[in-house]
Design a protein around this ligand. Structure first.
Ligand SMILES: [Fe+2]
Length: 202
C-alpha cells in the first residue's frame, strides 16, 4: 500500500483561544468546514479546510478541539504540554482492508489505543479510524483514517460523534494506564490496560 496524503492535523488549545485560533488560520485560507460536539467527553471538534482537490473534499484540513471541562483530556494535554498539535491523521485508500491492516501492524509491534472504529451513514458512505497509542499520558498520537465512498463516488467528508467519544474514552483509559505504570515499580509487573484487549504493552 502507499499513503497518498495527510487527511488532517488536529490541534488542541484552551477554550478561550478558539476564536483567535480560527482567525489566525483564516489568514492561511482555512475556513470552518464542519463542527462536531461530543456529549460524553464534552468538547467542540472544529474542522477548518483550505484549497481544492479534484479527488478529495479538501486540499488541507486543520482541526481544533477545545473543551470547557477542565478535566477533559484536551485540557489535560494543554496543561501538561501547552497548546499545539494533538494528532496527525494519515489517509488510507478506500481499497484497503482496515481490520487486516490493524492486525498486521499490531503483529509488527505497532501499539494502538483503539480497534477500528467504524461509522456509516444511511447512504453507505462513512469513516473508519484507528488510533495509535500515545507515548506519554494525554500526549500526542497518530490516526489512520479511511473515508468510505458514498453512492456518488465521493469520499465521506464528515466525522462521527460516537467515534470521537470512543476515541476519547480509549485515550483517557490508556493515559491513566501510562500514569499508573510510571508509579509502579517494574518488578511488581505491569497492569493490564483497561478497555481494549488489542493493546499490547511492554
Ligand atoms: Fe482526527
Amino acid at each position: 500500500m502507499s499513503i497518498q496524503h495527510i487527511d488532517h492535523i488536529t490541534y488542541v488549545a484552551a477554550a478561550a483561544d478558539e476564536n483567535n485560533f480560527i482567525e489566525r488560520w483564516g489568514l492561511l485560507g482555512f475556513k470552518e468546514y464542519v463542527r462536531v460536539h461530543t456529549p460524553r467527553y464534552p468538547a467542540a471538534h472544529i474542522a477548518l479546510a483550505s484549497g481544492d482537490d479534484p479527488n478529495f473534499p479538501w486540499a488541507m484540513m486543520t482541526g481544533l478541539s477545545v473543551s470547557d471541562d477542565p478535566k477533559s483530556p484536551i485540557n489535560l494535554f494543554v496543561q501538561r504540554y501547552g497548546a499545539g498539535p494533538q494528532h496527525v491523521a494519515y489517509n488510507i485508500g478506500p481499497g484497503e482492508d482496515m481490520e487486516e491492516l490493524h492486525r498486521k501492524l499490531v503483529a509488527r509491534g505497532w501499539r494502538f489505543m483503539t480497534e477500528v472504529l467504524t461509522y456509516r451513514d444511511s447512504t453507505g458512505a462513512g469513516i473508519r479510524q484507528m488510533f495509535v497509542a500515545p507515548q506519554v499520558p494525554y500526549g500526542p498520537f497518530s490516526e489512520l483514517v479511511q473515508r468510505i465512498h458514498g453512492p456518488s463516488g465521493q469520499p465521506f467528508d464528515g466525522f462521527d460523534t460516537t467515534n470521537i467519544d470512543n476515541l476519547y474514552e480509549a485515550y483517557s483509559d490508556y493515559s491513566a494506564h501510562l500514569e499508573n505504570r510510571k508509579s509502579t515499580p517494574l518488578w511488581a509487573g505491569t497492569a493490564t490496560p483497561p478497555g481494549n484487549r488489542m493493546l499490547t504493552l511492554e
